[in-house]
Write a protein that binds this ligand. Structure first.
Ligand SMILES: NC(=O)c1ccc[n+]([C@@H]2O[C@H](COP(=O)([O-])OP(=O)(O)OC[C@H]3O[C@@H](n4cnc5c(N)ncnc54)[C@H](OP(=O)(O)O)[C@@H]3O)[C@@H](O)[C@H]2O)c1
Length: 255
């Protein structure tokens, strides 16, 4: 099968590509560095020629409200229009658990718009909503740092290893389109402030995490139901990653 991975040079895209290539598929990574710009549409028609499946995993260079909305709106519209012309049979998009529950957060609004465009496209699809990646926790800590203090909400989340996300996405990409949403989360519900503190301690980072619910998440108010899976009655399928946060921490500290 020819599988085009949009964002195929990124954290998830690279791993998904490797898994699919190892199982014998023809994989093409599409990103600006390989000559495909999904926001302008440059190179899309060419790369999609003969493609059976598209894995949609690019990310926006800016998470500011306006630019991030424009990124996911334009990229997804361009992509589904080009897929229609090429006769692509399955569009797999990676979204985020809680996307539709957090309209106060610009990034989540942009992902919700991306999901809507995919649903309305007429192309068979599977929407995979993952929780925050373990690999994303350091960026969350950096964004919340003032001096040597990191103010983060002690809110429940159920983070997952990028490797487990990639395995699940690769598996879904070679299956039938579900025309539905799957939630994908790590094995344990943990508090964001605790997870960040554990990461800083394990990496000998001297910053101090101060738990503060009022800081919210990307400026939006969050509760223990915002970022964890299992709260949307319309989502009936759920998958769990096998890697625990502590096992992942041990693995990065050893390397
Ligand atoms: N971070 C999390 O915890 C989390 C949780 C759930 C879901 N997600 C979703 O997972 C997806 C993948 O995230 P990631 O962390 O793997 O992203 P990433 O590592 O930042 O990679 C982004 C990819 O997008 C490509 N890209 C950027 N602009 C592009 C453009 N205009 N045209 C074509 N390609 C472009 C980049 O390559 P070039 O620079 O070469 O263009 C790169 O391959 C995102 O959609 C995100 O919303 C993330």
């Amino acid at each position: 099968m020819k599988i085009v991975i949009v964002g195929g040079t990124g954290l998830i895209g690279r791993r998904v590509g490797q898994i699919l290539q190892e199982s014998g598929h023809e994989v093409v990574a599409a990103s600006r560095s390989t000559g495909v710009n999904v926001v302008t549409g440059e190179g899309l028609d060419d790369v999609l020629q003969g493609a059976h499946v598209v894995v949609d995993v690019p990310n926006a260079p800016s998470f500011e409200d306006g630019p991030v909305m424009e990124f996911f709106r334009a990229s997804t519209q361009n992509l589904v229009a080009a897929e229609e012309k090429a006769g692509v049979g399955h569009h797999v998009v990676l979204s985020i658990v809680g996307t539709d529950r957090l309209p106060g957060i610009g990034y989540m609004r942009a992902k919700a718009r991306q999901e809507e465009i995919v649903r309305a496209s007429g192309i068979p699809y599977t929407i995979v909503r993952a929780t925050q990646f373990f690999e994303f926790i350091s960026a969350l800590a950096d964004g919340a740092t003032e001096g040597d203090v990191v103010r983060l909400a002690p809110v429940l989340m159920q983070p997952i290893a990028a490797a487990d996300v990639s395995k699940a996405v690769a598996h879904i990409a070679v299956g039938d389109a579900l025309n539905d949403v799957i939630e994908l989360a790590g094995p344990d519900a943990l508090r964001l402030a605790d997870v960040a503190a554990d990461l800083l301690q394990a990496t000998s980072d001297s910053r101090k995490v101060v738990p503060e619910i009022s800081v919210g998440y990307f400026g939006g108010t969050v509760t223990d139901e915002s970022l964890t899976p299992g709260h949307d009655d319309r989502v009936t399928r759920q998958l769990r990653g096998a890697t625990s946060f502590s096992a992942w921490l041990n693995s990065i500290v050893r390397h």
